[in-house]
Design a binder for this molecule. Structure first.
Ligand code: PLP
Length: 389
């Protein structure tokens, strides 16, 4: 009999991938499925970025690279952060990894062990809770609140910090809620953290470029007082429609770079070389594709939020960023998972139940609006028909 380690029982998963598999199975059976379940842009990677990868392969960039990423790529990341945030970051503090997820895996493993508490957003990206539990640490949920447009209450979060708290995870704009944390709340949080120097902060800003209403993204990089314990997670996946290329980066505090690099050497050696060259082209080249994509998402956001609010039993806040709407569906009388199942099996609309993002997601459903306006309108029509019949 094979005997797996006990921690394998504590490792969770990301239900969005299961929904995707079921939606694809139904589509193969000939069903017409509208996929509002998957969290990736429906745009193509910009052509100049694709060309850079092809050129890199033709030029012979086929081998291993330094584990934290090639220097020109880390210099491009530093230049991009300087342009956008006005901060000077040494390329030595940047570690490029195969996707934003890898940074969170490394950060949580670096701090997590039995006896330790890690605070994470709930409802939130499911991998936080999963990996915290895998590490043996105690996962302490910080509630994101519908009546605060899915921001948190900084005072309440600080009250949850104990001497055993080693890591606080933040995510703005957020998956699955689309919530964006306002600057005054982050100001309060950072001020309070000064009294808890043992707490590192993992700020997941993978949706940093996808903000609406002209709202400025508030980055934790704006707070020099926590620079020595901030891990900033960002990447190319969402901004440049590069989810399948598998590349992300983090800015690590100088003291943690060696550990992050050692984890990378043990795990994946390096991100594939051609992708790294594409990453340079994405950051250094024109940003028209990003601007166009964000404009398109903003238009779809209006359509889906208005449409959801017009469905009896649904109540939807206007998300400040990312490409998710997270309506409260308690008024339908169905729990989140039953509604997710009925929407997919009976209406052919793939969504993800709020409970896939933690227990505080009960009563909510996540809609990804990375789909065309025509498909969004058709999905809304099908949902109305299903619920009104
Ligand atoms: N962080 C959040 C909040 C996400 O929603 C996602 C992807 O859905 C990721 C990180 C992972 O990004 P990547 O595909 O670059 O690993």
């Amino acid at each position: 009999m094979l005997q797996l380690s006990e921690k394998m029982n504590r490792l969770g998963t990301e239900t969005a991938f299961e929904v995707l598999a079921r939606a694809e199975a139904l589509a193969r059976e000939g069903r017409d499925i509208i996929n509002l379940g998957i969290g990736q842009p429906d745009f193509k990677t910009p052509p100049h970025v694709v060309e850079a990868a092809i050129k890199a392969l033709h030029d012979g960039h086929h081998g291993y690279t330094p584990s934290p990423g090639i220097l020109p790529l880390r210099e491009s990341v530093a230049a991009d952060l300087h342009r956008r945030r006005g901060v000077e970051i040494s390329p030595d503090r940047i570690v490029v990894v195969p996707g934003g997820k890898v940074t969170m895996f490394f950060a949580i493993l670096m701090f997590g062990e039995p006896g330790v508490e890690i605070l994470y957003p709930n409802p939130g990206f499911p991998i936080y809770e999963s990996v915290i539990q895998f590490s043996g640490a105690t996962a302490v949920p910080t509630p994101l609140l519908e009546d605060r447009d899915f921001s948190f209450d900084a005072g309440a979060v600080l009250d949850q910090v104990t001497p055993d708290t080693r890591l606080l995870i933040l995510n703005s704009p957020a998956n699955p809620t689309g919530g964006a944390m306002p600057r005054d709340e982050i100001d309060k949080l950072v001020k309070g953290l000064v009294d808890h120097p043992q707490v590192a902060v993992l700020s997941d800003e993978i949706y940093s470029r996808i903000s609406y209403d002209g709202r400025e993204h508030v980055s934790l990089l704006d707070y020099p007082e926590i620079a020595d314990r901030l891990i900033l997670l960002d990447g190319w996946s969402k901004t440049y429609a590069m989810t399948g290329w598998r590349m992300g980066y983090a800015v690590w505090p100088a003291a943690l770079v060696e550990g992050a690099t050692r984890l990378a050497v043990n795990c994946h050696s390096c991100v594939n070389a051609a992708t790294q060259h594409a990453g340079i082209a994405a950051l250094d080249g024109h940003q028209d594709a990003v601007d166009d994509m964000v404009r398109a998402f903003e238009e779809r956001r209006r359509v889906i939020v208005d449409g959801l609010n017009a469905i009896p039993g649904f109540r939807c806040r206007t998300p400040g960023g990312a490409f998710y709407a997270f309506p409260n569906v308690q008024g339908t009388g169905l729990d989140a998972r039953s509604l997710q199942r009925r929407l997919l099996e009976e209406a052919g609309v793939a969504t993800v139940a709020g409970t896939s993002f933690g227990h505080l997601g009960e009563g909510f459903i996540r809609f990804s609006y990375a789909n065309s306006i025509d498909n969004i309108q058709e999905a809304l029509k099908r949902i109305r028909t299903l619920l009104l019949d």
